[in-house]
Structure formats: C-alpha cells, structure tokens
Design a protein around this ligand. Structure first.
Ligand code: HXC
Length: 257
C-alpha cells in the first residue's frame, strides 16, 4: 500500500510508520489520520509484526492538528463529524507502539506521541500543548494524558501558558522514557522495538494491557487483573519455551502461541 502523507515499511518484525508532510511540519490533517489508521490496522493484523515505531522527521514529529484545515470548522461540523474520533486509533492498538520523537511534538503531535506506549526522545525534541494560544484547548487527550504523565503542576504550566519544554525537562518530568542523540534516534527506536518484537506476543500484549489498567482502575482491581493475565499465560506454549530455555541455558524461540 502506498500513502501520500506517511511512509510505511517493515524491518524484520518491526513496523515503521513515518509521518511525512514536510511542507507542514507533519501537521495532522484528516488524510494523514486516515492513512495512519489504515497502516496501523494492517500492522495489527499482520502476524509478522510484533512492535511498531511511529516517527516523524528530524525537524518535527508533528506540529499539531492542521490549523489550516481546522480553522473554518463550526461546532456542528466538529461535533457531527467527530473529527478527533479517529485519532484514538493509536491508543486503541493492542501491539506496542514506540514514539520516536525528534524536533517538534506540539498540540495533537504531543497527544499522538502520548497515545503511544512510550516515547524515545532525541535531544532535539520539544514538547508542548500550545492550543491555548489558538483560543482552544487540547482535544485529543492532552489534558488527561499529560497530567497523568507529568503531574498537575507541570501540566497546568504547559497547558495554560502554551510554553514548550525540551527533551531534558520532559525526561525529568516522566513524559519520555529515554533521551538519545538525534542521529541515533531511529536506530535506537528500531532496536528497542526489535527487542520487544522478539518476545512472546501474547505476553507483550498482556503486559501492555496490564500497565494501561493502572490508569483505569484502583490498585486492588489492577492487581486482580494482572494476576488473571499472569495465570492465563501459563496456557501458552511460550511460557514453557521461555522457562525451559532459561533452565537449558539457551535463547528462547517463541512461537507467539
Ligand atoms: C498547519 C502548520 C502547522 C500546523 C506548522 N505549519 N504547524 N500548518 N497546522 N499545526 C506550517 C506553517 O504554516 C508553515 O507553512 C510550515 O508548516 C513551516 O512552519 P513555520 O511556522 O514556518 O516553521 P518555524 O518557524 O520553524 O516554526 C515551527 C513551529 C510553528 C514553532 C512548530 O510552526 C508553530 O507554532 N506551529 C503551530 C503549532 C501549534 O499551535 N500546534 C497546535 C495545533 S492545535 P507555510 O505554508 O507558511 O510555509 C492542535 C489541536 C489538537 O494540535 C487537538 C486534537 C485535534
């Protein structure tokens, strides 16, 4: 499949999606979101893919929703079209998605990065929710996910002033997992994704689901959920393979079953 606004490839078991509207710093328009939706659905159903990397260009992961496309919308257009509805595709994915962020991740760009399972940031990465400067507020989860990631004080600071924060501040605040030199970002993200993709896929998906449950439930409920998932993994061949391989001092060969 070829796309206009994204570039898609696989490297081994890693699916790579690159946002690709350089003329607009990867501003997220309806076509890009539709193409992203399509590409992710293909990776989700492709048994050969175990982990996805979502990235942009050196200058911009994405500078937000496309302001030129958005500015003439009325309330009824926004409401009836539910124009952000489709953006959730990233958050709904079952397979892990790593955001590899270089340059600007602003507004909807920051929100899409936060929908991913974790963010690897280049030292050049810049994050922000500048919607307030446009007379609106974040609309694709920014007020919720940023607050959970960095806490109320910094989320309020960023969302109410619209200021940007660099990679170091973002790492300190817990928004990004790791910072790497810009030149190494994609290699590091792909290597990390390949490591994840080499694990048992049922275990990976359940691990992701269990961590995400921490944001949706009480501690007791989350722990009960985790335990159910943990027990259920003893029904997989991969549990036997993983543990036998350890005892036999060899690398496991997971069948994802
Ligand atoms: C449409 C955009 C854009 C955007 C940049 N461009 N961001 N077009 N929507 N979000 C376009 C510019 O108009 C320009 O096109 C080209 O990309 C290069 O941008 P410049 O501004 O010339 O680059 P620079 O001076 O380097 O400044 C970079 C920047 C700035 C600081 C990132 O572009 C910027 O502030 N962008 C807007 C960031 C923002 O407000 N994002 C939040 C959007 S609202 P031309 O044709 O002039 O060359 C949002 C809501 C999400 O995301 C809610 C869910 C839907």
């Amino acid at each position: 499949m070829t796309y206009d606004t994204i570039a898609v490839e696989t490297q081994g078991r890693v699916g790579l999606i690159r946002l690709n509207r350089p003329e607009a710093l990867n501003a997220l328009n309806a076509q890009l979101i539709a193409e992203l939706d399509d590409a992710l659905a293909e990776f989700e159903s492709n048994d050969g893919v175990g982990c996805v990397v979502l990235t942009g260009s050196e200058k911009a992961f994405a500078a937000g929703a496309d302001i030129k496309e958005m500015r003439d919308k009325g309330f009824v257009d926004a409401f009836l079209d539910d124009f952000i509805g489709r953006w959730d595709v990233v958050a709904r994915a079952r397979k892990p998605i790593i955001a590899a962020v270089s340059g600007f991740a602003l507004g909807g760009g920051c929100e899409i990065a936060m929908m991913c399972d974790f963010i690897l940031a280049a030292d050049t990465a810049v994050f922000g929710q500048p919607e307030i400067k446009l007379g609106v507020i974040p609309g694709a989860g920014g007020t919720q996910r940023l607050t959970r990631a960095v806490g109320k004080a910094k989320a309020m600071d960023l969302i109410l002033t619209g200021r940007m924060m660099g990679a170091e501040e973002a790492e300190r605040a817990g928004l990004v997992a790791r910072i790497v030199p810009a030149a190494d970002l994609l290699a590091e993200a792909t290597k990390t994704a390949a490591t994840i993709a080499s694990m048992s896929l049922p275990a990976v998906i359940m691990a992701k689901e269990a961590v995400n449950r921490a944001f949706e439930s009480t501690l007791a409920e989350g722990i009960r959920h985790e335990r159910g998932l943990f027990y259920s993994l003893f029904a997989t061949g991969d549990q036997k393979e993983g543990m036998n391989a350890f005892v036999e001092k060899r690398k496991p060969a997971f069948a994802n079953r």
